[in-house]
Design a protein around this ligand. Structure first.
Ligand SMILES: Nc1ncnc2c1ncn2[C@@H]1O[C@H](COP(=O)(O)OP(=O)(O)OP(=O)(O)O)[C@@H](O)[C@H]1O
Ligand SMILES: [Mg+2]
Length: 271
């Protein structure tokens, strides 16, 4: 299968700033992460808080520059592309954030929020953009579309807002979606519907997904491949079921025992 997005040796260092600490050595929060995402495949990045998951996903989305390492889209090195290359990149790689309350502009209606990436990229005619906006809203299940088009974020539930954020990400027809803990801010009762939506999108749109989570059961439900991060490093990677059946690294075993019965007894059904 073709590789859509690839990372080689990603490193991110932050330099502690100011005063007494000004001369301190940089802190390495991501240390040598490799990733190969194939077309239509879902990879989960799992790890505890502070492991570096968000930093990796932001680098993959080119929202943050790696200190070292390389990111490629297809066979093209995109690590240091300019504004124009970046616009092209964003047509292929989109990101959904953890908090739909923050990621959506409160002054923008659903119509504007979902259609904006098409306007920014000047994709299609006005009529085509309007139709595409409706189409992506239908795809994410905000139907009948007329009921939602003119609503503002504060008039939507958390789950509906995350659907708008997903519609917005899909508008330009990306081949990769990076989702950083997309359900962790949502009510437990609606989490599985959003996970199901993402899973459906993966198969119907042949979308490759990088799914970030601290929860192993969610990772299992969402991914074919698993990457376990611990303190900035990937400590284990492989097909999700293989890793869970026979974890190599002590940290993976720890995660597994913490997930406990949810995984062992019912697995996917509990979600
Ligand atoms: N802009 C920054 N400046 C300095 N340190 C940062 C910055 N961003 C992140 N870090 C540090 O990098 C480490 C990794 O953070 P990151 O947000 O990637 O972790 P995470 O795995 O996403 O955690 P969580 O599960 O809590 O979201 C943390 O120790 C964090 O404090
Ligand atoms: Mg995070």
């Amino acid at each position: 299968m073709t590789t859509v997005l690839r990372a080689d040796g990603l490193v991110k260092e932050y330099r502690p700033r100011g005063g007494f600490f000004a001369r301190r050595a940089p802190v390495r929060v991501v240390d040598g992460v490799d990733l190969e995402l194939r077309a239509g495949e879902a990879v989960a990045i799992v790890g505890e808080s502070g492991a570096g998951k968000t930093t990796v996903s932001r680098m993959l989305a080119l929202l943050e520059k790696p200190t070292h390492g390389r990111i490629s889209l297809g066979d093209k090195d995109v690590t240091t592309i300019g504004a124009r290359g970046l616009r092209e990149f964003r047509r292929q790689v989109q990101i959904v954030f953890q908090n739909p309350y923050e990621s959506l502009d409160p002054r923008h209606t659903v119509r504007v929020a979902a259609g904006e990436p098409l306007d920014i990229n000047r994709i299609g005619s006005r009529a085509e953009r309007a139709e595409r906006t409706r189409e992506v809203l239908r795809i994410v299940g905000l139907t009948p579309v007329e009921r939602y088009l003119d609503r503002y974020p504060h008039e939507l539930s958390g789950g509906q807002r995350q659907r708008v954020a997903i519609a917005r990400a899909l508008a330009v027809g990306p081949s990769v979606l990076i989702a950083d803990e997309p359900v962790s801010m949502l009510d437990a009762s609606i989490r599985s519907s959003i996970l199901n939506l993402l899973s459906d999108l993966q198969s119907t749109l042949h979308l490759a997904i990088v799914f970030v989570t601290h929860d192993l059961a969610t990772a299992r439900f969402m991914s074919e491949r698993l990457m376990v991060m611990y303190r900035g490093e990937v400590v284990e990677t492989g097909p999700t079921e293989d890793v869970l059946a026979a974890p190599d690294h002590p940290y993976t075993r720890l995660l597994l025992s913490a997930a406990g019965n949810r995984l062992a007894d019912h697995g996917k059904e509990t979600l």
